[in-house]
Write a protein that binds this ligand. Structure first.
Ligand code: ATP
Ligand code: MG
Length: 404
């Protein structure tokens, strides 16, 4: 027997009052995006559930994909059976025989939404339970916590049988909290920060600063690949590449080395904020972690943050590096992040950046630069690409290609 449908239980939605349908529709769209590599699969939502119809697609990769999508509390794959007592008996026998091991307990829980069906739930529990005993005389019934709770739902079109419930990722459907701009480098921290923002329903657009020819196409590709890894939690991500070469060269030429980093970060933040405004984002998300490097002391954060009043969400700010790495491994970005590609910041990084930059000095050095012109040219030169999820199979193919 093959699964035909997966019933998805919504996460924290019930607390959201009249926004409920908005949440559910967003979740449905996200599921459709993530499952786009499987064109046969169809998704439909009602107030209580979302239904994923497999239409012949393998169950395993779809289940694997659903496990990552935020806003899903749990899901159950189900079999579809003709609404006929003999067919139902045969189905429960086949399913239970497949699951049986010694000492197993079970119960049958029938729900009937089609009230014209010849038997009511109580009678069906008895009849189908009896059929299971016929096939497996040793099996025991257990009402409280059975090993297998075989659920039978009599709907209008057919009967649906399920016995597993798989835990989902929880969180909120991506997009239900509004949009944020994720400053995405090729490092370990910012993809994790992005993941955590996605978890609470923030739709992220990835802003990446590239300084060709100092940074290579490989380094850009790496950032895009990281963004693609993040699509599995809620769907497509807009990737915004910002040309940063001119700004870095200008700063290098006109400001003292100890302030390069602070000035560079201030430009990044201003540009990200400008892009955010144009694209109707509400917040900026970055991967800063307190004390990790010179740019991440509180004094530095203050000097850098001073260019905007836009809220900056720093999901990993209080996490230890090892904790961040653990998460990076769990979301499968770590191996990509540690690939040795230059980042625009590392190339121009001074040996001894200031850990306590003074705003007064910063402003004095910036007065030597055409700040507004530099920002405008960078913003005018952005390139936006839509990053879409990939089927698991594609990834395997690529791995194999990589090995050849
Ligand atoms: P990450 O691992 O995220 O690169 P990091 O520990 O290397 O972080 P920094 O290099 O100081 O820290 O960067 C701090 C934050 O600034 C990053 O987490 C990221 O949000 C942002 N950032 C750094 N470089 C870039 C870049 N090239 N493009 C976009 N954002 C960047
Ligand atoms: Mg970095």
């Amino acid at each position: 027997m093959d699964y035909v449908e997966i019933m998805v239980r919504h996460g924290e939605l019930s607390t959201k009052g009249k926004n409920r349908m908005r949440f559910i529709n967003q979740l449905r769209r996200n599921i459709e995006h993530v499952l786009a590599p499987y064109p046969e699969v169809k998704v439909r939502s009602d107030r209580d559930r979302t239904h994923v119809y497999l239409n012949g697609t393998d169950y395993q990769p779809i289940a694997e994909a659903l496990r990552h999508i935020f806003g899903i509390q749990a899901f159950s794959p189900s079999y579809k059976v003709e609404k006929d007592l003999e067919a139902l008996k045969e189905a429960v026998q086949t399913i239970m025989t497949g699951l049986y091991r010694e000492g197993m307990t079970f119960k049958i829980t029938t729900k009937r939404s089609d009230h014209t069906f010849d038997w009511d739930s109580q009678e069906l529990n008895q009849l189908l339970g009896g059929a299971v005993f016929e096939a497996l005389p040793e099996i025991k019934v257990q009402m409280k916590v059975p090993d297998v709770n075989l659920k039978v739902e009599i709907r209008d079109d057919a009967a649906y049988l399920s016995h597993e419930e798989i835990k989902g990722a929880g969180g909120l459907p991506v997009g239900t909290s509004g949009r944020g701009m994720l400053m995405l480098s090729g490092g370990i921290d910012s993809p994790v920060a992005g993941y955590l923002a996605l978890k609470r329903g923030v739709e992220i657009e990835a802003v990446h600063f590239a300084s060709p020819p100092y940074t290579s196409p490989g380094s850009l590709q790496k950032a895009q690949d990281l963004a693609r890894k993040l699509t599995k939690f809620g769907g497509n991500i807009q990737f915004i590449e910002v040309p940063f070469t001119e700004i870095q060269e200008e700063i290098k030429e006109k400001a003292p080395e100890s302030y390069l980093m602070t000035l560079t970060r201030r430009f990044m933040l201003r540009i990200t904020d400008r892009i955010r405004e144009e694209r109707k984002g509400l917040v900026i998300v970055n991967g800063e972690s307190l004390g990790q490097v010179a740019s991440q002391t509180l004094e530095s954060m203050q000097a850098i943050n001073a260019v905007t009043t836009t809220p900056i969400v720093r999901p990993v700010v209080t996490m230890d590096k090892l904790e961040i790495i653990e998460l990076a491994q769990a979301i499968d970005t770590f191996e990509l992040s540690i690939q040795p590609f230059e980042d625009c910041c590392t190339i121009f990084a001074p040996d001894r950046p200031k850990t306590n930059p003074k705003i007064k000095n910063v402003e004095q050095y910036e007065a030597r630069l055409d700040v507004e012109g530099l920002i405008e040219r960078a913003v005018a030169g952005i390139k936006v690409t839509e990053i879409t999820p990939k089927a698991e199979l594609d990834e395997v193919d690529e791995l194999i290609e990589g090995l050849l």
